[in-house]
Design a protein around this ligand. Structure first.
Ligand code: NAP
Length: 341
């Protein structure tokens, strides 16, 4: 039985990947940092909370990481743990760097010294392209990170490349574009939108307040992206891959699609911070813009080119943007409906 260690097991991708690997017959160790029982909800939704062996491992604790790697000697480590919210990284740049940059180096060092045959997956991100240098972005596109989160992830990314080239560590970076699901955290714009709209529908909320409506993102379905992570570690040689859909949409479109799901058509009026989304039928203001949700340095457009993953890994995203929003709306309407029963 192959042994996999997943860090960030309580996060969106951690839960989907654990489910995927358990179905493949892996023994899955879930590394988390003791953040209370409530955050096991994702694993509970996927019915695997008792099928993962939980161990405590914080990316800030080097000896803790050494102990875990030395004792388990996993065949594969998937490093999904991170302070993953871009906006929070502007408020907590040091903590973000310690977890997202140096934390990865701690794991690499532990693997190098105590389990050099362990294969390593690093969760890199399209945010590393930031102020994009070409469109679409692929593995050869130069990086231009625009947040402490993206800069930290870039450090980690190059460390994996460096450990691969210097010490022959089987390390792969998945440069993943945004991927969403009903298991996405509520702070992220997609899930915030679908949750808020479900609450508006049930009369629990008046309006949705967002930042830059014109930001464009390449949004895929998280459940499909975890297979790409696994495929990277099954190849003969380690390498880095972009996982994306090759389609980009604005936040404005996301909001329109999500309202459409509950039968509301949105008309936009005004400009910039004064822009409002209005229910065409009732004339009620349902969307407002706030400076609070703008980043100090914006990332305007992300659009990935997943050709290399398609060619080498045989990986391909199936779920289109509109379908993804429908899946998320359906789940949030059900959740909020049950909450008020
Ligand atoms: P997520 O839901 O925010 O999960 C991240 C997990 O990391 C959380 O469970 C968190 O634990 C854990 N964590 C944070 N600090 C830690 C520490 N010091 N030690 C151990 N664990 C720690 O993120 P996700 O959406 O699943 O994404 C997975 C990874 O992919 C992240 O590294 C993210 O940056 C990267 N990524 C995500 C996307 C995307 O669109 N989702 C795109 C590109 C890259 P708690 O539950 O205790 O807070």
């Amino acid at each position: 039985m192959k042994k996999a260690l997943i860090t960030g097991i309580r996060g969106q991708d951690g839960a989907y990947l654990a489910r995927f690997l358990i179905d493949k017959g892996y023994k899955v160790y879930g590394a988390d940092r003791r953040s209370g029982d409530s955050s096991l909800w994702r694993m509970k939704e996927l019915g695997i909370e008792d099928r993962v062996e939980h161990i405590y491992m914080d990316l800030l604790e080097y000896i803790n990481i050494i102990d875990v790697i030395k004792n388990i000697k996993p065949d594969e480590v998937y490093n999904l743990a991170a302070q993953s919210f871009v906006q929070a990284s502007f408020d907590q740049p040091l903590l973000t760097a310690d977890i997202d940059a140096v934390g990865v180096l701690r794991i690499l060092e532990a693997i190098r010294y105590f389990s050099p045959k362990t294969k390593f997956y690093q969760a890199s991100t399209s945010e590393m392209f930031g102020k994009v240098q070409s469109i679409p972005q692929n593995e050869k596109t130069p990086f231009y990170p625009r947040s402490p989160y993206a800069v930290s992830k870039l450090f980690a990314h190059w460390m994996v490349v460096n450990y691969r080239e210097s010490y022959n560590i089987f390390g792969c970076c998945g440069i993943l574009f945004n991927h969403e699901s009903p298991l996405r955290g509520l702070e992220f714009i997609t899930r915030k939108t679908t949750d808020n709209i479900a609450r508006i529908k049930y009369g629990l909320k008046e309006k949705l307040v967002v930042g830059n409506l014109d930001s464009k993102r390449d949004w895929g379905y998280a459940k499909e992206y975890v297979e790409g992570m696994w495929l990277m570690l099954q190849q003969k040689n380690p390498d880095d891959y972009v996982l994306a859909t090759g389609e980009t949409h604005t936040i404005r479109e996301l909001i329109e699609y999500a309202f459409n799901y509950i039968g509301i058509k949105i008309a936009w009026k005004g400009k910039g911070l004064d822009e409002k989304g209005i229910d065409k039928k009732s004339g009620k203001v349902l969307v407002e813009v706030s400076k609070k949700y703008y980043r100090p340095a914006e990332v305007d457009l992300l659009l990935g080119d997943p050709s290399k993953a398609k060619k080498n890994l045989g990986w391909k995203p199936e779920t289109k943007f509109k379908k993804l929003i429908e899946i998320m709306m359906e789940a949030d309407l059900k959740r909020v409906g049950e909450e008020i029963k």
